[in-house]
Design a protein around this ligand. Sequence first.
Ligand code: SAM
Length: 319
Amino acid sequence: MREDSLSRQRFAQIQQLLPATNKDEVLNAPPMANAARPIGLEQYYSEAGPDYVAWSPEFNMHFGYYRAGANPLNREAMLEQMNAEVLARLQVDGITEPRLLDLGCGLGATLRSFARRLPHSELLGVTRVPWQVEQARALNASAGYRDRIGVIEADYENTPLASSSFDGVYALESSCYAQGSDKRRLLEEAHRLLRPGGRLVVVDGFLRGRFVSRAQQRIYRKVCACWVVEDFAERQAFVRRLEKLGFREITVEHLQMRVAPSVMHVPWVSLKFLLTDVVFGTRPMTRARWNNVLAPLLLPLVSAPLGPLTYCMITAMKR
Ligand SMILES: C[S@@+](CC[C@H](N)C(=O)[O-])C[C@H]1O[C@@H](n2cnc3c(N)ncnc32)[C@H](O)[C@@H]1O
């Protein structure tokens, strides 16, 4: 009973994060039908989305963070560690009920990880994919977080959320989908949503330097096409944009070696997927599903040390 009323209270608090005019509609609305929007991203994640379970039963749709002493064979633990590393950099320890926003939340695995780690928090995720909204809400509900985590369909470059309403905002392997080489609109929106003193954490692949050959550039284009990414951010341009927006305490961490152990799981996961889901599976193998197999296999050919794509965690504080 007490738990119930606490949940309702949290739900009401999450609702406060939404604009006054339509918060009920936004939070409770069934995911919208795919109206007049570009279909690439929605189609990709709706068709290939269920396949991510082969990578992570918890639906962590990102690479893992390896710490010395950890078991490099335990992929899920490394994926979960990445969530923990993001949370650590948001620096919300001293805040009684931190409000955190996931820009590009996928199926909400990071939000559920945060809900476990921060029992007194208000968590909200946005994704552009209606199928993910539906699934993330179902997964949140079955984990007992129906009223603690909100997930809404929105474009993270232009959300309906109130300004200065979050203590921390993060984008975990989702910033690559934002427009431009400096991801200006995403960073402007993150800046608007953060309260002064709040922190932004972005984890993703960033371009630094040149391609060594035309062939490598073509492979990079193929990786982007497979994942429906226009272009990964250019690291320098991205950091300059953060500076221009007035962010302070900008730090760039190079995580190539940290993610390498989980990247090494890709061939094995792909092989297992091909045998179980392709050979014996019942769902039709669409182009989006094949792309999801191909992109991670090509990724090492364009990533450091062979290519210019480097995996970084970039942290900044709003003045
Ligand atoms: C690779 S998934 C990462 C999901 C999640 N962060 C995780 O690590 O499990 C990329 C996510 O970014 C979301 N995304 C891409 N562009 C977006 C946009 N413009 N607005 C909101 N979400 C977006 C996709 O819908 C997807 O959920």
